[in-house]
Design a binder for this molecule. Structure first.
Ligand SMILES: [Zn+2]
Length: 129
């Protein structure tokens, strides 16, 4: 009798583990890494909110050149850069400690090639080492 119960429990546990494995890892709001890396992520209200908070704390200025949107030439705009890319660190995609304001020109230079953090050491969102 006890063996049957143990066997059933073991079976259920393996089934749960298998389902979890098939479903893939989920991050904030239950989003899979594939969604976080996609352009659709940038349209979510969750991202828009965090994005605005980052712009607000930065006085709407690029970390590198210090320009605000009124000082950018036509066609250039402000980006909120993922210091560590959404693909590399989906877990940090909505984390202000991983976000920095960069103008489109500076962000295009960085791309996903580097994880450079240009924020001042005293920046309120910069993790303290
Ligand atoms: Zn800039």
């Amino acid at each position: 009798m006890i063996e049957k119960i143990l066997l059933a429990a073991l079976l259920l546990l393996s089934l749960a583990l298998l389902l979890r494995l098939l479903r893939g890892k989920r991050y904030a709001h239950g989003w899979p890494a594939r969604f976080i890396a996609s352009p659709a992520f940038l349209q979510t209200p969750e991202w828009r909110r965090v994005r605005y908070d980052v712009l607000r704390v930065n006085d709407g200025r690029c970390e590198l050149c210090g320009r605000n949107k009124h000082q950018l030439p036509p066609g250039e705009y402000l980006n909120i850069d993922h210091i560590q890319s959404r693909r590399a660190r989906p877990d940090l995609a909505l984390d202000v400690t991983n976000l920095a304001v960069l103008c489109s020109a500076d962000n295009a230079g960085k791309g996903n090639r580097y994880a450079d953090d240009w924020r001042h050491p005293s920046h309120p969102h910069r993790p303290r080492g």
